[in-house]
Ligand binder design. Structure first.
Ligand code: ATP
Ligand code: MG
Length: 457
């Protein structure tokens, strides 16, 4: 483990000197300052990992210096030196976020132990912030492709909901439409981002266990409960719990879920004590209509309506075909990096086939197709022959040649065709741009851009 950079702030030169000498022997880099003001100056320019701060100094007092340090970097580890017996000030320093304190006169060995402990914390914090940074990048909205009108709407709504205080969000969509991806983006772009995101696949947990998995259990709650156990709700405290396939949760658990949402409390299995939680639930279902389950009595109506406060519906890919090619290009880019390939483009022929295929497995199926091509082929351009047989076969069997636009022998102007189709779409939509954009499977902004480019605006 690399040693930390330490800043010692004390008006007594004897102390700064002896600490510097001692800690340098332990391979730490040590900076010193004789006053709060000087300390802050050094803190701003040299960015130490740990500060040792005397509370009793003339000029800017230690408490004031501590406040300023925390304002600059709330994560900074500050070890306080207090006068003998001045526990009260030490306590107020801890309340302000100091890491620990030592009383004067102190043993240098005590400082060594504290610094070693603090050093471990510094490293852990660095690791956490690195992984968090990675997650923020991976699960950012910018990594979700959505150029079609319907998907632009979904993303706008999701961004708004993420920032809101809504504690229940309900995402519906067929399998592979990107529900999990969206749920993560919502979490990592919310105020809860630095708290846990706990994912529960409800169908993967046996029915008898789900309640204790979610809410925990007390010792002796059932035969195997030898010790008390925290549930996932407690682990997710302050963060988000992602309940995949909520439609499959049994009625008694549904009741507990509802209470956890409405009253922010629950009881562990076998427990009497109410436990307080502040958790946002993002629930999903790929069932077409959960309403049916409500009507036949297998899903609680009150929970259903609670979930429906913020519904987000992700349409199947075949209903937003404008996303197909952008999605394919997005994944090509990703897999190029992952497999060190150099696929640059998709030929018009291959594009047409991808566009017409119905993608019953949605974005997941498309992603898998692109992945397979990137692994197997060494080509810069994807041609129809690179596409999997199921795609080619489907098109052969289902798409009537008369439906397709055929390229005349003399060729044609692609720009002209685009302009023509835009004009047709506008006419059919009575000049309603939003509707025309929908007909063409692009966003209204994209339509306006194209209209401008082709002189229709
Ligand atoms: N809009 C999108 N942009 C980029 N990638 C996407 C998008 N939608 C889905 N994907 C990718 O497709 C795959 C499936 O997405 P995800 O797991 O989120 O779907 P799901 O709706 O949760 O499916 P299931 O119902 O089976 O759990 C993932 O690899 C995801 O990254
Ligand atoms: Mg999922």
């Amino acid at each position: 483990m690399t040693q930390s950079k330490i800043l010692v702030i004390d008006d007594e030169e004897f102390i700064t000197k002896s600490l510097k000498q001692h800690l340098e022997k332990e391979d730490c880099e040590v900076l010193t300052a004789g006053s709060g003001e000087e300390g802050l100056e050094i803190f701003r320019t040299d960015v130490p990992d740990i500060v040792i701060l005397d509370l009793n100094m003339p000029g800017m007092g230690g408490i004031e210096a501590l406040r300023s340090l925390k304002k600059i970097n709330n994560d900074i580890i500050v070890i306080i030196i207090t006068a003998h017996g001045d526990i009260e000030t030490a306590v107020s320093a801890i309340k302000l976020g100091a890491y620990d304190f030592v009383e004067k006169p102190f043993e240098l060995d005590r400082i060594s132990v504290l610094i070693r402990k603090a050093n471990e914390t510094v490293h852990l914090k660095r690791e956490v912030s690195y992984f968090r940074g990675e997650k923020y990048d991976t699960y950012n909205f910018s990594n979700i492709v959505g150029e079609s009108g319907p998907m632009t709407e979904v993303l706008t709504l999701a961004r708004k909901v993420a920032e809101s205080d809504a504690n229940t969000i309900f995402i519906q969509g067929e399998s592979g439409t990107g529900k999990s991806l969206l749920a993560r983006a919502i979490h990592y772009n919310s105020k809860r981002a630095s708290e846990p995101f706990v994912e529960v696949t409800c169908t993967a947990i046996p029915e008898a266990l789900i309640e204790s998995e979610l809410f925990g259990h007390e010792r002796g709650a059932f035969t195997d409960a030898k010790v008390a156990k925290k549930g996932l709700f407690e682990f997710a405290s302050g963060g988000t719990i992602y309940l995949d396939e909520i439609g499959d949760i049994k009625m008694t658990t549904q009741a507990k879920l509802l209470r956890a949402l409405e009253e922010k409390t629950f009881k562990r299995v076998g427990g009497l004590k109410d436990i307080k939680v502040n958790v946002r639930i993002v629930a999903t279902t790929n069932k077409k209509n959960l309403e049916g389950a409500v009507q036949d009595g297998s899903f609680r109506a009150d929970l259903y309506y609670r979930l429906k406060v913020f519904p987000i519906y992700i349409p199947p890919l075949r209903e937003r075909r404008g996303d197909i090619i952008p999605l394919a290009l997005h994944h090509i880019d990703k897999f190029n990096k992952e497999f060190r390939k150099n696929v640059k483009s998709i030929s018009k022929g291959a594009e047409a086939l991808l566009y017409k295929y119905p993608w019953h497995g949605n974005a997941r199926e498309l992603r898998n197709v692109v992945e397979r091509i990137c692994i197997l082929e060494n080509t810069e351009t994807i041609y129809p022959e690179h596409l999997p047989t199921e795609v080619i076969k489907y098109i052969d069997e289902h798409v009537d040649a008369r439906d397709a636009i055929e390229l005349p022998n003399e060729g044609l102007s692609l720009k002209g065709v685009e302009r023509d189709l835009i004009a047709q779409a506008l006419k059919r939509a009575d000049n309603n741009q939003t509707k025309a954009a929908k007909l063409l499977g692009i966003s209204r902004d994209a339509l306006r851009y194209k209209m401008q480019k082709s002189g229709l605006l």
